[in-house]
Ligand binder design. Structure first.
Ligand code: CP
Length: 316
């Protein structure tokens, strides 16, 4: 039975503006401590979560989310135990349900479970049977709420605001979960305009479009790369999700990818983001352009996840 008092992180809609500001402020402080390499200070933070255990259970591949959660936990002094490729190496291969797996894992007294799963809604199902907080680290085509938080943090860090901006999300919007979670969070800010730019068959789903309409967000849905480059404050490129059945021709992919020629037409202040991993959406020559923020964006993930672990475990 779901314990309502637990601080689960399941979907982006659950975060209020006040909550986000608190997490961002905490992430700033944690970054300062880690960057200063003042280990006495880090240990002070670490003592807060010392002895707590994070169980990281990933049924799908991951580089950023898994590593940044593991290191976030370790930097906070937690014991961290993880399983990679749980789809193959856990008893899921013998037919065990997610619910049974979570019930059993809870018997080992973890303090938090970080879950990535290939099925939409998996984190919510896990939360219903878990006796400890569940953090959704990506559920199928559903959501990736901690990614969206670090995305907003990156926008705020780079532009100094999230209000009054135009964000263009590009690529596989039908099957990408990061763009769904990010759309939910952007809708909380004032005067945000979102351009969804994708091949027609990979367009943003109606549930998100309807949600944005209800929140009075100005939305443009186009099946070409937006030609008015000077409009854009944030370009958020995404990968074609082949593992979820998305396919487009190479020629079609090129129409939506970012080249140095396109980048030169952007305002100097425009920032380029990508949740990564990338394939061919952003040409590597762009990496040294000051507008390219995708590696910083990935790095921000660890500090946001440190702050979230503190909140989930009642230390914030
Ligand atoms: N952005 C992201 O979720 O990357 P990983 O799949 O490597 O965790």
């Amino acid at each position: 039975m779901e314990n309502q008092a637990l601080r689960h992180i399941l979907e982006a809609q659950q975060f209020s503006l006040e909550f986000m500001d608190e997490i961002f402020e905490e992430a700033d402080g944690l970054r300062e401590e880690v960057e200063s390499r003042n280990y006495l200070n880090i240990f002070k933070t670490a003592r807060e979560l010392q002895g707590r255990t994070m169980l990281s259970v990933f049924y799908e591949p991951s580089t950023r989310t898994r590593t940044s959660f593991v290191l976030a936990g370790q930097k906070l002094g937690m014991n961290v135990c993880w399983t990679e490729n749980a789809k193959e190496f856990s008893s899921a291969t013998k037919g065990e349900t997610l619910e049974d797996t979570i019930r059993v894992l809870c018997e080992y007294y973890p303090d938090v479970i970080v879950l990535r799963h290939h099925e939409t809604g998996a984190a919510e199902r896990a939360a219903k049977v878990s006796s400890v907080p569940i953090i959704n680290a990506g559920d199928g085509k559903g959501q990736h709420p901690t990614q969206a938080l670090l995305d907003i943090y990156t926008i705020k860090q780079c532009l100094g605001r999230v209000d009054d901006i135009t964000v263009m999300m590009v690529g596989d919007l039908a099957n990408g979960r990061t763009v769904r979670s990010l759309a939910y969070l952007l809708a909380k800010y004032k005067n945000v305009r979102i351009i969804f730019s994708s091949p027609e068959e990979l367009a943003m789903k109606d549930d998100i479009l309807q949600y944005l309409e209800r929140k009075n967000v100005v939305v443009e849905v186009v099946n070409y790369f937006w030609p008015n480059y000077k409009d854009i404050d944030v370009i958020y490129e995404t990968r074609i999700q082949k593992e979820r059945g998305s396919t487009i021709s190479e020629e079609e992919a090129k129409r939506f990818s970012l080249t140095p020629e396109k980048v030169e037409k952007l305002k100097p202040s425009t920032i380029i983001m990508h949740p990564l991993p990338r394939n061919h959406e952003i040409s590597p020559e762009i990496d040294s352009n000051p507008r390219a923020k995708y590696f910083r964006q990935a790095g921000n993930g660890m500090f946001i996840r440190m702050a979230l672990l503190k909140w989930v475990l009642g230390s914030l």
